[in-house]
Design a protein around this ligand. Structure first.
Ligand code: HH2
Length: 377
């Protein structure tokens, strides 16, 4: 499947005539654009099937008009204008069933992690002793009291090398927790890659499906489409069992961005409108520590896709490599630095284990980014 025109904004001035640094891909006969674009005053660099340019919106429109037919030139112009507007503007809200919504236009939302697993990397099964849901439910309640804007409930670890869980077992883990937390008024997300688990979780009250497989299963998208719930589209390669072998990229930021652009199209074909989708670079999924750092540094660029950016760096092993800490629970400062910088970069949802501290860090970062005190002081 082609991605269609994909434009990633690296940096943009605003208003007519402002310079924009962008990367353009997904266009047939892309190289033919080179000469007219350069003669319109753009600075261009070829990179594989992409062109990186410092240009104005008007110069690209002129060059596309001279190179392509009307419809294609108009598509390129529309994609560029929309990418610049999304990169610089407000994060869109996401509507949820039951008159709930994710108001990521107001500030970055904090998603608290509730792992109903015996083997998660970060909390090592502390929340699921002897297969009993009580502790996970109490943890979810505590995260809400600490200010979580939404909760992500998962019944299968996706840490590198993790073994798959049978769908019936996964369902049994998460359902009692979702049923107990759903009435509390905070939107619930189900972290699963399996259609049958997603369907049961949605029936029990989950309003977001968080799919760490990168939209691999059509049946899962079908559940999302039918239920009208929101969907987190995350970049990954392979499966948790083998993803470490796939951590090789020529340009990790470009490849993740293009994967997400293509994923948004796949979602639309499957009946999941892009208005319901959040995009996530998948920190720690088929990536080395340096890939993770490059993606976090470039996080704002993913806003060019026009969807809220979700990000989960909390306690992950690249932070251990920076801080010299083997214990995931001893990576709080690194996790908070990531959350603050993600807020500064315009992330819509920040997925974390340490909710109380993150809420305070994000609140501070957002106040600085907007130069405004919070309304609810
Ligand atoms: N990371 C994990 C799980 N789910 N979902 C999204 N959208 N983004 C992420 O980065 C992400 C995710 C891994 O963290 P955790 O749930 O704490 O660990 P485990 O998979 O071992 O349960």
């Amino acid at each position: 499947m082609t991605t269609g025109t994909v434009i990633r904004i690296e940096e943009a001035g605003l208003g007519p005539g402002a310079q924009v640094r962008l990367v353009l891909s997904g266009v047939d006969r892309l190289q033919e654009l080179h000469r007219p674009w350069a003669s319109s005053g753009a600075t261009l660099e070829r990179a594989g099937g992409r062109i990186r340019a410092t240009t104005t919106v008007e110069a690209l429109a002129r060059a596309a008009g001279r190179t392509f037919d009307k419809a294609q030139a108009a598509e390129i112009d529309a994609v560029l204008r929309s990418a610049v507007a999304s990169w610089a503007g407000e994060t869109p809200r996401v509507e949820l069933p039951g008159e709930q919504e994710l108001r990521c236009d107001e500030r970055p939302l904090v998603m608290g992690v509730v792992n109903v697993t015996p083997d998660s990397f970060s909390d090592g099964g502390q929340l699921y002793p002897d297969g009993h849901p009580g502790r996970a439910i109490a943890h979810g309640r505590a995260l809400i009291a600490q200010g979580a804007d939404l909760l992500d409930v998962g019944g299968e670890s996706s840490r590198p090398g993790a073994e798959p869980v049978h769908p019936a077992e996964e369902r049994e883990r998460v359902l009692p927790v979702i049923e107990a937390l759903a009435p509390l008024g905070v939107p619930l997300s189900i972290d699963t890659t399996k259609a049958e688990v997603a369907a049961a979780a949605v029936d029990a009250g989950a309003v977001v499906v968080n799919d760490v497989s990168g939209a691999r299963a059509e049946a899962l998208l079908d559940v999302v489409a039918r239920a009208g719930v929101a969907y987190v589209l995350m970049h990954t390669r392979g499966t948790p069992a083998d993803m470490a072998e796939h951590a090789a990229y020529d340009d990790v930021v470009a490849e993740v961005h293009e994967f997400l652009a293509e994923g948004l199209m796949r979602c639309e074909h499957a009946g999941v409108p892009r208005e319901r989708v959040l995009v996530d670079p998948g920190i720690g999924f088929a990536k080395t520590a340096v890939h993770n750092l490059e993606l976090l540094r470039a996080l704002r660029q993913l806003r060019s896709l026009g969807r809220p950016v979700a990000v989960g760096a909390s306690r992950k092993s690249f932070l251990g490599a920076i801080l010299g800490s083997n214990d995931p629970a001893d990576r709080l400062e690194g996790s908070l630095a990531c959350a603050a910088l993600a807020a500064q970069a315009g992330a819509g949802v920040i997925r974390v284990h340490d909710v109380a501290a993150t809420v305070r860090a994000v609140r501070t970062a957002h106040a600085i980014a907007t130069a405004r005190l919070p309304d609810d002081r």
